[in-house]
Design a protein around this ligand. Sequence first.
Ligand SMILES: Cc1ncc(COP(=O)(O)O)c(C=O)c1O
Length: 397
Amino acid sequence: MTIEPDNQTINTLSAEAQDDLLSRGFNRRDLGRIAAVFGTGAAMVAVSGTPAWASGGVPDPAPVAKTRIGANECWTGPLMPGQLAAHAMVSQSNRYAPHDERGDFIKAVMQVEGVPYDHVAPWPGSSDPLCRSVVTYCSPTKGLVTANPTFELAGRTAAWLGAPVKEVPLLPDMRHDVKGMLAANPNAGLYYICTPNNPTGTITPIEDIVWLLENKPAGSMVLVDEAYTHFAGVPVASKLVTKYKDLIVMRTFSKIFGMAGMRMGYIMTNPDNIMKMMRYDGGMQSGALPLPSLVCATASLTDHAGIAKRKAEMEAARAYALDALKRKGIKTMPTMANMFMVEWGNKTAKDMQARFLTQSVAIGRSWPIWPNVSRITVGSMEDMKNFVLALDKVWTA
Ligand SMILES: Cc1ncc(COP(=O)(O)O)c(C=O)c1O
């Protein structure tokens, strides 16, 4: 399906946004496509032009599987303070904002991250600001540099927009190759760094991110996606956002906070960048968040004991699964997050995924550069026990 622009669609963009896009080399047809992404609220668009949330007519087998360890979701729901806050908010949701729930959320981020109020913007999940940052900073003349393998949404959005995309392989120790990324396009619109990386769960150290910020040209942006950072417990890039204007740090509540279906995320960056990213929809997506989700996120952010308990649970379940694989002589890659990569030797990941599904275990997919490697999400200990039981049935060396 292709989205055909019409004036009505294009006019959902402000005159300033239209001028900006045209001055950066987009044509009117591109404007229609961009307006269709944001103006109608369909924030996430796949290569084909259809929202990636839609199944495309093929039912997803994962929901019927007993053990779902394929989509990097959390194995359990929101932290208890978040659940209680969301529940209490439902009865007050006749108001757009009974108090200042959006402001309270931003204040909680300030407290936890030590960033100023005007450096924070919430969004319904992080897929929207991820796509939006590509639209804001890339164009047919300003490319995207991303890693391989990594989370593909930035690359897909750039390709869909007609912006040049460079994919740079991870280093042998699975860090992002920041020097290689800068060399691949020394004047990119956006450098995308995912740490811990999806799918490998590996960390790119802060020193490497600082190196990129210090060596890239002014105006080229660096987007650091820290979706899985609470599972790793490593130094975070939010500490850098007041020093470096060209840095955007992005978070989601879809992972350790167990809120994938509640849709909450946020960015931390210079206020000018927030204004630029908001101009495509007049701040609609960031400003009009569902109240139960907003208050759930606010209450969860400061539940440090709950977050630490979840991290420890994940580590125990991950150790159990990795140990079982090792005992069978199956190779895995090192990881710091709630996912790990399994090398199946001469069997394809696709074949292994089908075999596990016969045992009602939905494991993750592979990435094109490693067709015989599957990404497995760390679920609960029970999930990992089911995974190991299924492995006993489906694995033949
Ligand atoms: C690295 C990374 N970034 C962003 C996202 C988007 O998540 P959401 O839109 O649920 O916040 C995901 C989802 O899996 C992810 O793995």
